[in-house]
Design a protein. Structure first.
Length: 121
């Protein structure tokens, strides 16, 4: 593509139309398009090099992913990599203790959702 001139038609992502459309060059900086005007809706905006801006949903996902990685990194650093995790006892005493605790009458309290369902009926 040769040198751009004012008024030349190029493709770019229009923020208002939310799609790739034809644009006219409105201003140039160092021989490159700086501002363009959409030929569909006639809105002016900066030249975006045919790249759509990331959606807000994608930005939130990236931020949450980075947060999870930062929280997981210190936890992984505290666990020594050479030691295997402790194994449960082979005689099954842990299972017996758990069944005795459940049978001793200590039942779980019903959750708020279950109580709300009972009140409706």
């Amino acid at each position: 593509m040769g040198d751009l001139r004012l008024g030349d038609v190029i493709d770019d992502f229009c923020v208002k139309c939310r799609r790739l459309t034809n644009h006219s060059v409105v201003s140039l900086v160092d021989g490159k398009a700086a501002k363009v005007r959409c030929r569909t809706c006639y809105s002016d905006h900066d030249y975006r090099n045919e790249q759509a801006p990331p959606s807000k949903k994608d930005l939130k996902k990236a931020a949450l992913f980075a947060e999870v990685l930062t929280k997981a990194a210190p936890a992984a650093a505290g666990v020594p990599s050479g030691d295997p995790p402790p194994e449960p006892p082979a005689d099954g005493s842990a299972q017996e203790n758990a069944s005795q605790q459940n049978a001793s009458g200590a039942e779980k309290a019903p959750t708020a959702k279950k109580e709300a369902r009972r009140k409706k009926t």
